[in-house]
Design a protein around this ligand. Structure first.
Ligand code: ADP
Ligand code: MG
Length: 266
């Protein structure tokens, strides 16, 4: 119930509602409260909001933001979830005067891979992987968040409105209005890795049309040779324009040396 929580501060505006830092009165737990007004929404948006709850509550993974509770009160949907106190990866990138250390890039990237591997194993597509939606839980762990537009893959679902989220991370197949699939999440993952290495987005333009042309036709700016050839190879694999050539997350995690890397910081 709403009265079980005290709001501490406003964290920002979500696409559907406001997001607050809150505290559960019974035990002092610090958490995030997403408040989504459901009455003024059209049926589709209502469904999207309930969708986040349905998907989040079915998940249990170290690399996905933990869901605690949800309820509807006075025409508002409340979602209570884990608070990640160190901000998100986009903020980390913005405040960095120098490039990240290779070890830090691997840590963030591989944990994101592990979270995504979990989602894909449950046939869930995230559909909005980006640095803004990867949260820093503490100095070590990340959590993938914002499953507002995630979808369960099913043969009966048709994706009429596939173009959602930030166009910077749109994969070539989405630019061509083909349906979203696991490889489109892998493209976004490649964009995140590229951003971790260069602190810039791989494809940028002043308008959506120019951006789409770039995504379809241009190559991304090269990554500093200060980073290992393995890291640069993974960027190349994930950012292949042809989705059939792009590996899935499971295949990425099977590459030589990856398991050892995960164990070294896991
Ligand atoms: P949107 O639907 O617009 O993507 P988000 O869920 O990403 O909304 O959240 C909006 C704001 O709240 C962002 O500034 C984000 O950093 C913050 N936020 C969201 N979830 C958490 C969380 N679990 N921990 C800390 N901050 C969060
Ligand atoms: Mg978001």
């Amino acid at each position: 119930m709403r009265e079980d929580y005290e709001i501490l501060s406003n964290l920002g505006q979500g696409s559907f509602g406001s997001v607050y830092k809150a505290q559960r009165k019974s035990d002092g737990l610090i958490c995030v409260m997403k408040i989504i007004p459901v009455n003024q929404m059209d049926a589709n948006s209502q469904e999207d909001s309930l969708n986040e709850v349905k998907i989040l509550s079915s998940l249990d993974n170290l690399y996905i933001v933990k869901y605690f509770d949800s309820f509807v009160e006075e025409n508002k949907l409340y979602i209570i979830m884990e608070y990640c106190e160190k901000g998100d990866v986009s903020k980390l990138i913005k405040t960095k005067p120098n490039l990240l250390k290779e070890q830090r890039v691997w840590e963030i990237f591989l944990q994101t891979c592990l979270g995504l591997e979990y989602l894909h194993s449950k046939k869930i597509l995230h559909r909005d992987i980006k640095t803004l939606n990867i949260f820093l839980y503490d100095d070590k762990y990340i959590r993938i968040g914002d499953l507002g537009v995630a979808r369960v893959l099913s043969s009966t679902t048709t994706f009429a409105h596939t173009v959602i989220g930030t166009p910077y991370y749109l994969s070539p197949e989405l630019c061509e209005e083909k349906p979203y699939n696991v490889k489109s999440d892998v493209w976004a993952l490649g964009c995140v890795l590229h951003e971790l290495c260069t602190l810039k987005k791989p494809f940028e333009a002043s308008n959506a049309g120019a951006l789409i042309l770039k995504i379809l036709r241009s190559s991304y700016p090269p990554i500093s040779s200060m980073f290992s050839s393995e890291l640069r190879e993974i960027v190349r694999l994930c950012l292949q324009k042809d989705q059939k050539k792009r590996p899935d997350v499971q295949t990425l995690l099977k590459r030589p040396g990856i398991k050892e890397k995960i164990l070294s910081f896991g």
